[in-house]
Design a protein around this ligand. Sequence first.
Ligand code: THU
Length: 137
Amino acid sequence: MENASNYTDLFLQALDAAGAAYAPYSHFRVGAALLLNDGSVITGVNVENRSYGLTNCAERTAFFRAVTMRKKDFTALALATPDADYPVGPCGACRQVISEFMDKNAPVIFGSSQDNLVVKTVEELYPFDSLHELQKK
Ligand code: THU
């Protein structure tokens, strides 16, 4: 397993982003920080809606922002959940989206504070991924 301390800076960017979360219903702020192969970082936050099912998670916000900015070469993803007292991993829907854009060996770092980070690979979070054999054209 990769050392979580290698990703403290990326996690702190996710934690900072969490401050911008729009979470008036759950009061559960989430920040995501995507590291790109050019060293730049794109953040995302959860954006809730009073029609609860329309909520967009922080991770997906980050990916969709990045793709909109024509960036798709991601090397790591950090997730910060400051309102939890234990590390909260990405939800199932986000694991599917992560698997679309990141290598199965890429690290995903998550935690509620920088002292308690978990590092997992994409494959560890989303084993037996389906349809990865489909060719992108
Ligand atoms: N949330 C995320 O942003 N990412 C996750 O992976 C888990 C859940 C958000 C959605 C909702 O706004 C709040 O956390 C509570 O579920």
